[in-house]
Structure formats: C-alpha cells, structure tokens
Design a protein around this ligand. Structure first.
Ligand code: MD3
Ligand code: FE
Length: 221
C-alpha cells in the first residue's frame, strides 16, 4: 500500500452541522447551546412554576392565547382585555414574580456573549408553554423600553417551526426549525421583525413529555 492511500481524515472529527447559524443581520441560532445546562435549568424552572404557575392569558382583542405563560425576574409580561404590559406583580397571585434563578441569568448571558453581545442584563424571563396544537401568531415585540439589548430565546422539549419575518406583517417569513436545547439570539436591527410559532406537532419528548417550553430573556426597562 502506498502512503498516498492512507486516509488522512481517519482520526478527524465526524462532519457536524454548524453550531452557530446566522438567520439575520444580527440574529443567530446556537444549536444545542442549552443542553449542558439542562439538569440545572429544570429544577430551577420547577421552583419558578411552583410560585407562578402557567396560565392562559387573554389578548386585548378577547382571544385566549393557546400558549400558557409565566415569568420570573423583576418584571413579567402580561396581557388582558386592557392591553399588554410588564408588571412587577403576578396578576394571578398578586405577589411579585419569582426571582430569576442564577442559572437562567448565567445561561442567557453566556448565549448573548456567544452571539457577540457582551453585558446582557435581562430583567425578565417570559416562559411560554406549548402543548401540541398551540401556536403563536405573527407579531412584533414592542413592549420593551429600549431595543438596544438583544433578546435570548431558549427552546426545550418538542420541536417547533419558528417563523422569522420582516418588518411588515406581509413580508415573506423564513422558517427555522427549533429543537430541544437550541438558543436564538436577536440584536438591534432585527429586534422589530415579525415572528411567530407554527402549531406544535403531536409528539413525546423523552425529557419533557408532550410539550414545548420556551424561555425569552429580555431587558424590559
Ligand atoms: C424574533 N415567543 O414570547 S422566540 C414571544 O418560541 C415569542 O415562544 C416565541 O415570540 C416562542 O414573544 C418565539 C422569541 C422571540 C422574541 C423576540 C423576537 C423572537 C423574536 C424579536 C424579534 C425577532
Ligand atoms: Fe415575540
């Protein structure tokens, strides 16, 4: 056998999909970024939910959202017939929202930094729970005081098809599949893009069961 025939790549790492995908000028998907944090995130999530359980909220238009919501941190996002707002108190319990667990904050900061945003200081984490059939219609997030900070979103459980649109409702959307452990980070110029989640397909996730949970970290004030 001539040396020419040695497989130069025999010891190389197997081919892998890129870990960081750019989906917009300042938007990145970090594939699997949350996986090493999972066994610390889930007990912290249980603690938050014991104090502020998931509940379905009503939009100003009178529709009950199909996703169930909770929050932690100094502020929590709420909606009812009177409008959308951030509040310091959970309207369900009348108590302050539970504090943001350290592991939530640390993960959000690490993901923001990986996408190029140093010093991200979220003051709220909105927690969305989707069961099969639940969705989130195309919308913009406009309730934050400043759009300077990025938004960090963590996907857990069942997969989802994320719609990443333009700056007007009718602009064409990209479809981005999001899987258990993926994190998406959005910065400045992409901050006001329309976005949504297609109805979740039936399925069982080995760790989270029949649901998708999404954390959205924001600097609201
Ligand atoms: C894209 N949540 O809570 S990720 C929301 O998966 C929300 O639960 C979805 O949209 C979910 O408002 C999508 C979060 C997200 C947040 C802000 C964005 C995506 C964004 C701002 C601009 C573009
Ligand atoms: Fe949103």
């Amino acid at each position: 056998m001539s040396p020419m025939n040695f497989d130069l790549f025999a010891d190389a790492e197997p081919e892998q999909v890129p870990r960081r995908e750019q989906i917009g000028e300042q938007s990145f998907v970090l594939r699997g970024f949350a996986l090493p944090w999972l066994e610390r995130l889930l007990p912290a999530l249980e603690t938050v939910l014991a104090a502020a359980p998931f509940r379905q909220m009503v939009t100003p238009g009178g529709f009950t959202m199909s996703a169930a919501l909770s929050s932690c941190g100094t502020w929590g996002w709420t909606t009812d017939r009177n409008g959308y707002r951030y509040s310091r108190l959970d309207p369900h319990t009348q108590a302050p929202w539970p504090p943001m667990p350290e592991v939530f904050f640390a993960l959000a900061q690490a993901a923001a930094l990986d996408a190029g945003f140093a010093d991200f200081v979220p003051d709220t984490c909105l927690i969305n729970r989707y069961i099969p059939g639940a969705k989130m219609s195309l919308h913009q997030d406009k309730n934050e005081a400043s759009y300077a900070a990025p938004i960090v979103s963590v996907s857990l459980g069942l997969p989802a098809m994320f719609l990443f649109g333009g700056f007007e409702r009718n602009d064409k959307s990209q479809r981005v599949p999001l899987f258990h452990g993926d994190i998406v980070v959005w910065g400045g110029v992409d901050r006001l893009r329309y976005h949504g989640i297609l109805p979740i397909k039936a399925g069982q996730h080995p760790r989270l069961g029949e649901q998708r949970i999404n954390f959205t970290f924001r600097t609201s004030h």
